[in-house]
Write a protein that binds this ligand. Structure first.
Ligand SMILES: [Zn+2]
Length: 253
């Protein structure tokens, strides 16, 4: 066995075929010494990527689980709920729906009226009663997009400890032109292969002329999908939630 090969032999973790040098960031049990994927401190809990607040029941059984510390875990949960509720609220208002799309979000609004009233207070109407715009908390949204992207990048590309991205873009569906949407949804051709053995590699299809292509990972059809890929000088993670919220994070080397 050559020295490289041994890094990819891993029977301990189902669904992971990546580099075991980052295993301490991918696995968690109480006895072991594992690290929080977000801050690098000792992990004392674990969590799903993506968080269940973005998914509907029944959940898929093969959600990625990553080690984290309780401090990071707790710090994200309020903002995750904010983003999940905001997406449904914006769609409810912009598409003139009778109710919010997801029953889970409706239950949250029912049990925590302050969340919905906060959104209502951020909604500005024209004199004729149409929605003019909805103000939202950019910091909370970007905080969660970064967190989700770190989780997707470690799991699919075997990349850890990404710094702040150079670009974080997000838009709601009505803000996108058809051309922007088509570009966003297209599956890019790789300049660089992801590290051999990482999960990303299992999603590459090799065409006749040996151009590898990265494909979308559908976590829950219509509710959550993401695409993570690495090119010569950039790493990109795209996340789509509810087919209504489109985001892209780019790190430049
Ligand atoms: Zn942490």
């Amino acid at each position: 066995m050559d020295s490289r090969q041994k890094y990819f032999i891993n029977n301990e973790l189902n669904n992971y075929y990546g580099d075991i040098r980052i295993l301490e960031f991918l696995k968690y049990d109480k006895k072991g010494d594992f690290k929080c994927v977000y801050c690098g401190e000792k992990a004392d809990s674990r969590e799903h990527i993506p968080s269940k607040v973005f998914l509907n029941e029944p959940f898929t059984t093969n959600l990625a689980i990553l080690p984290s510390c309780k401090k990071c875990n707790n710090s994200y949960s309020e903002n995750e709920q904010y983003l999940a509720c905001l997406i449904d609220y914006v769609q409810y208002k912009m598409d003139n729906l009778k109710a919010v799309k997801r029953s889970k979000i409706q239950r949250t609004f029912d049990s925590r009226a302050n969340i919905e009233s906060e959104f209502e207070n951020s909604t500005k109407y024209t004199l004729t009663g149409n929605v003019e715009y909805i103000e939202y908390n950019d910091y909370k949204i970007k905080n969660i997009l970064l967190k989700l992207s770190i989780g997707h990048a470690i799991y699919t590309l075997s990349l850890i400890h990404l710094d702040e991205p150079n670009i974080i873009n997000y838009k709601f569906l009505p803000e996108l032109t058809q051309e922007e949407l088509d570009n966003f949804n297209s599956e890019p051709v790789f300049d660089i292969l992801p590290e051999i053995g990482s999960r990303g590699a299992t999603y590459i299809s090799i065409l006749e002329n040996v151009i590898p292509i990265s494909t979308w990972n559908i976590i829950q059809d219509g509710q959550y999908r993401f695409l993570a890929f690495q090119e010569k000088s950039t790493i990109t993670v795209r996340i789509v939630i509810g087919e209504y919220f489109y985001s892209e994070l780019i790190w430049e080397n």
